[in-house]
Ligand binder design. Structure first.
Ligand code: GRG
Length: 309
């Protein structure tokens, strides 16, 4: 095991020789925690089945991984914050289930499988989405004895702020009401920031908050997370055009079919890619003062640009 001592305080674990193994290992840790958590069946059985159907349909686990990586800037014992990191994945999965519903995006495929309502019907899909959101709060409050109460409350505020009327809910609403309309870049950035980037930003910042990072580090994580999230959504829009349904695990071209407002629609593929690159540059620049401690966050930033699904 190769370990590197950074500024006499923090050990950065460099056991992974490349990003793919790092992402794979972290994904396994997240999946194991989630499997244990949902191991006990509850009644009604169909609610449990529907929740775990979407939760274990094969997501990348990017948000919990970002949370763990944000924490590891300052501390090494990241297993202590697995409940908080994994709670973020529950909320993400809830948002995907509801996003696919006929009343919202009406998509039949998600993560390479039938979307939740196609498998279980709309009523169960709505209820299992709601249940994942609520269960996330219960999960987030696990291991609370390991964290100072003020730290946990600060992290919870960050999370709630990212998903409610100042975040996910607002972004998704704007996305829906702008469908088929000509909108400007400002509106598009509002949609992207609120429906995607703010939650990604919160994931990485919550890691920093739980590690009791200083304000300079938290500001840097905030800038990194925002720009990473904006790049992530631009690349998502590009992949919707350039990849196959098989590669995406969801219908190809669905943004175009729904006349969604996207960067490729506004400025074309090349300019969109340039914009994503510029956001990634901003994200990594924000972390420069952290040096090697930001190694994995920088690697993840490059991955966001080159991902294929
Ligand atoms: C919070 C009240 C409230 C409502 C939720 C439905 C909804 C409102 C929001 C949906 C927002 C949404 C689906 C945004 C898209 C974000 C995005 C790019 C998702 C894909 O993320 P990946 O690629 O997916 O990380 P995997 O499957 O890998 O986890």
């Amino acid at each position: 095991m190769q370990q590197q001592k950074i500024n006499n305080k923090v050990d950065v674990n460099l056991t992974h020789n490349n990003l793919q193994t790092y992402l794979k290992d972290k994904k396994e840790i997240v999946n194991k925690f989630l499997e244990n958590y949902f191991n006990t069946k509850f009644s009604p059985q169909v609610l449990h089945e529907s929740m775990i159907y979407s939760l274990f349909a094969g997501g990348k686990r990017l948000r919990p991984i970002l949370c763990l990586a944000g924490y590891q800037i300052c501390k090494t014992d990241s297993q202590n914050i697995l409940p908080q990191a994994c709670a973020i994945e529950l909320i993400h999965t809830f948002s995907l289930i509801h996003d696919d519903l006929p009343a919202i995006d009406n998509d039949d495929l998600r993560r390479g499988k039938l979307s939740n309502h196609k498998k279980f019907g709309q009523a169960i899909a709505i209820l299992s989405g709601d249940s994942l959101l609520i269960e996330a709060y219960e999960m987030f409050l696990q291991n609370d004895e390991l964290l100072a109460p003020q730290v946990l409350i600060k992290a919870l505020k960050e999370l709630t702020n990212a998903i409610g009327t100042k975040g996910l809910a607002a972004g998704e609403t704007m996305d829906i009401i702008c469908e088929g309309k000509e909108t400007d870049e400002k509106t598009l950035e509002f949609i992207h920031y609120h429906k995607t980037a703010k939650f990604i930003q919160a994931a990485v910042k919550i890691g920093g908050i739980l590690a009791d990072a200083d304000s300079k580090t938290l500001n840097a994580l905030e800038c990194y997370g925002k720009n990473l999230g904006l790049a992530f959504q631009i690349i998502d829009d590009i992949l919707d055009i350039t990849q196959t349904t098989e590669q995406l695990g969801k219908p190809q071209g669905s943004d175009v079919a729904k006349k969604k407002m996207t960067y490729p629609a506004l400025m074309g593929l090349e300019k969109s890619k340039e914009k994503a690159v510029a956001h990634i540059k901003k994200a990594t620049t924000a972390l420069e003062f952290l040096g090697e401690k930001a190694f994995w966050l920088n690697q993840i930033a490059n991955y966001v640009l080159t991902r294929i699904n």
